[in-house]
Design a protein around this ligand. Structure first.
Ligand code: MG
Ligand code: FE
Length: 166
């Protein structure tokens, strides 16, 4: 081990990332329940929920490779992502817009998280880059999808509001 401090920071980072993915799962499950008017969005959220579950599992594998017990992971605090959760929990007439913007933010937060973990893992000399990179690519694809669909979702939202107003 090159640096005790660096190793500890990596473990903390992996645990925080696991808590982030637990929060992601809750947000996605909630949004999937409430996205019936937007079947394309719903399908994409379901797809990313599967990826999110796999990302959680990968982080447990990373902790295992570090010699840490993955079972302790369940205790990780979820408080850090409270702001995102609150954003996506708001029930407003433009809920789909708010959720899309929250997802745009959340996916970019996840991208940053995996990028820092890859640097920390390399620094600590622990071979988990491949696992982390797989999750990073999924977050990048999801972030790109959300960003690329903001206009389309807004137009769908406006069309639905028009229909309701008639
Ligand atoms: Mg994720
Ligand atoms: Fe994600």
């Amino acid at each position: 081990m090159k640096s005790e401090a660096g190793y500890n920071l990596l473990i903390t980072g992996l645990r925080n990332a696991h808590a982030m993915e637990s929060q992601a799962r809750e947000i996605l499950e909630r949004q999937i329940e409430r996205t019936n008017d937007y079947p394309n969005v719903k399908a994409k959220l379901k797809e990313h929920l599967k990826e999110t579950n796999e990302q959680s599992r990968r982080l447990e594998e990373c902790l295992d490779k570090c010699g840490e017990s993955p079972s302790v992971v369940k205790d990780a605090a979820l408080a850090t992502m409270g702001n995102f959760a609150a954003l996506s929990h708001s029930i407003a007439s433009d809920e789909i817009i708010k959720n899309t913007l929250a997802n745009n933010m959340f996916e970019n937060f996840e991208i940053g998280t995996y990028k820092t973990l890859i640097v920390m893992a390399n620094n600590a000399g622990i071979e988990i880059k491949q696992l982390l990179t797989r999750s990073l690519r999924e977050e990048e694809q999801m972030a790109a999808w959300v960003s690329d669909n903001i206009e389309k979702i807004t137009l769908e939202f406006l069309a639905i509001q028009d229909r309701k107003a008639v």
